[in-house]
Design a binder for this molecule. Structure first.
Ligand SMILES: [Zn+2]
Length: 103
């Protein structure tokens, strides 16, 4: 039997990072705004927000287009768009492999 756990471990890391990045958007931009106001750099807020949004987009893209360890196709997205957010998909949309299973 093939062990899929290293692939799932990688997925869990990216998923956790994506959740942390989403939750951290408002605190980070608020902190950048406060620091920018203190040091008289008003553009720091905009720069921090834009950089953080790029960070959010890249982590969400990584979670969305994760490859199924069994079939090698995208786990949660069959076409370009999927109605269910990829985090909530429980089985591979191509081969039916259950999330976090070994086959
Ligand atoms: Zn699959």
């Amino acid at each position: 039997m093939i062990d899929y756990q290293p692939a799932w471990r990688r997925y869990r890391i990216w998923r956790s990072l994506a959740i942390l990045v989403w939750l951290g958007f408002f605190p980070v931009t608020y902190l950048a705004g406060v620091i920018g106001k203190h040091f008289d750099v008003p553009s720091l807020f905009i720069v921090a927000a834009l950089v953080w949004m790029l960070f959010m987009a890249s982590t969400v893209a990584e979670v969305s287009w994760v490859r199924c360890p069994r079939c090698g196709k995208t786990f949660a997205v069959k076409m370009f768009f999927n109605l269910l957010p990829p985090v909530f998909v429980r089985r591979c949309v191509h081969c039916g492999l259950a999330k976090f299973s070994n086959g």
